[in-house]
Design a binder for this molecule. Structure first.
Ligand SMILES: Cc1ncc(COP(=O)(O)O)c(C=O)c1O
Length: 259
């Protein structure tokens, strides 16, 4: 009985997940051949013959401004909102925000959400420069953990649970811990254990999943941030999910306020 219920829940989810509200709305404006009186000035590729020759006609027709039927990323109320809700469900998050400035913007949003000036954040020394730049801008204080190095391969590793435990004990006032899931070289820390330690100490867990989008979609891959109970994740769909460049996703879940 229980497994029948979970099968039918999975089927219902699969059916919902086959919807593509944003792509449909884009295609509709293409099919309707709207007259463009706005940017981009190539007018669906009609103004400049070289562009459709180079990129393809369809691509030019889909390169349009933000307009009412296509919703607005800054305050989504229709097709972008619906697409984001589908993405949140697919990733097991409470909310999803499409990011257009790469995962850099998602990492920075996570940090600025969790910490203000003077707040401490625990993070590995091999964190991406987007995180360091976020700290430079908002004045939060990094508590670095040395990830160590694999001597044979010469690559940096992840954070050990023992080092995270020590950092939490030494800095119980830290607001958050940032974890690379995985690192640039594909190394994963023990995320579930880190989440347990951080939450017991009242700290948020932020996951930089620039290289971990695929973790959400195969059970034999390492655990994803949302499945491990992290509070926010930044996933580079354009790196490990195969989307267009700069596209990324920010995934918050309770208690993080999506607003
Ligand atoms: C671990 C890590 N985090 C964040 C980023 C930033 O991603 P993006 O280039 O999408 O801004 C990168 C980019 O290489 C990265 O390797």
């Amino acid at each position: 009985m229980a497994s029948n219920e979970s099968n039918s829940a999975q089927e219902a989810m699969r059916a919902r997940q086959s919807a593509t509200p944003l792509a449909d709305a884009l295609d509709e404006q293409r099919i309707n051949r709207l007259a463009h009186f706005d940017v981009p000035a190539h007018k669906g590729g009609r103004m400049n013959a070289e562009l459709p020759e180079y990129f393809g006609k369809r691509c030019m027709e889909l390169d349009v401004n933000s307009m009412k039927p296509l919703d607005n990323l800054g305050h989504p109320v229709s097709v972008i909102r619906d697409a984001q809700a589908l993405a949140a469900e697919a990733f097991g998050a409470d909310n999803a925000f499409f990011m257009v400035n790469g995962t850099t913007s998602a990492v920075q949003t996570m940090i600025w959400t969790a910490c203000g000036r003077g707040d401490k954040i625990i993070l590995p020394r091999n964190v991406h420069r987007s995180a360091i730049n976020a700290l430079v801008v908002n004045g939060a204080i990094p508590i670095y953990i040395n990830p160590g190095r694999d001597k044979r391969l010469g690559i940096p590793l992840g954070m050990s649970v023992a080092d995270v435990k020590r950092a939490i004990e030494e800095h119980p006032d830290a607001k958050a811990i940032l974890v690379n899931n995985p690192t640039y070289y594909g190394i994963c820390s023990n995320l579930r254990a880190i989440v347990r330690l951080a939450h017991a100490a009242g700290m948020l867990v932020l996951a930089d999943e620039a290289h971990g989008t695929h973790f959400y979609f195969h059970e034999q891959l390492p655990v994803s941030a949302m499945a491990a109970g992290a509070d926010m994740a930044a996933a580079s769909i354009h790196k490990t999910g195969g989307s267009l460049t700069q596209s990324s996703i920010l995934l918050p879940r309770k208690p993080v306020n999506p607003d």
